[in-house]
Design a binder for this molecule. Sequence first.
Ligand code: AVI
Length: 355
Amino acid sequence: MRSGPSDRSASGIGAATERDRPQRHAHVARGAHAPLPQDAQRSQFATELLAGLARRPRSVSPKFFYDATGSALFDRICELPEYYPTRTEISLLAERAGEIADCIGPDTDIVEFGAGSSRKIGLLLAALQRPRRFVPVDISGDYLQAAARRLRDDWPGLDVHPLVADFTRAFALPPPIPLDGRGHARRIGFFPGSSIGNFAPAEALRFLRRAARLLRGGGLLVGVDLVKDPAVLHAAYNDSQGVTAAFNRNLLERANRELGTDFDPGRFAHYAFYEPVRQRIEMHLLSLARQQVSLCGRRFEFAAGETLHTENSYKFTVDGFRALAIRAGFAPGPVWLDRDGLFSVHWLQAPGAPS
Ligand code: AVI
């Protein structure tokens, strides 16, 4: 992906919505309204934002955070003192790489869901015995090519095979790698950064089920953020430098830049809190006054105090996540936790023999 320890995926992470179905099914009647922008990504943003502004409560998918500005802001979030997940996961991978590699075994064909940080996959590659191929999968071609270039520079002998695809939907992997008369290289999935937490629960289950099928005979290494003291969570999503607030508001700025909306970002507050019943951080943009915004010829009114829900970030218990993995068809293996119990890395064995 980019330099630095970022761990987001550009691929279609699920919607910040109460409903468990993906936003891509949402649609609005357009009738006589102004035409949507032509470019595919913009038009998807316009379609989903129109639907999100029309529904109650209002919501939009967090995948739209990640234009170039949003990605740079997320890089900064990963470096913030309050945002513990990135550095904790990197330390865990660095300290336990040997054990993790023993669990995974030799001759692997590694698939990363989202073009993640070269630093994280690098820690794994350094510890694994004879990694045969690395397949980063991401919806953003630019991202992917940059990540692949870095990996090829860092690992000259490695077969890096980038794949442009939305990993939240079905996609085909390149043919398996034969191991001279000994079957095929085992497929290993890598999904760090607790991006699984940005899916609604039903989407997370759907994603894991698909991964279990794709990784038959292999397994999945997944980073999962843990339930903890709400004060720690609150600080992580309400940093003192206001970077997370800027990241959240950038969604409105992006809409103004790309879709010609007339949001006044200064009249929306970043509002993030931990919701202990659903065990998730909710991020919203809260209207500070009664105001109107127009998009594609339609006008939407915000009452003072009304919000646009922009992200959920689910937190898990170790047992809760293992139970989810079992429902998806995996056999949960070892789990690695940091000393303070902030973050976890799980090895999940996929069913069956390699396909
Ligand atoms: C990418 N994802 C795992 C981050 C998270 O913590 O849910 C996105 C983020 N949102 C605000 N800060 C970080």
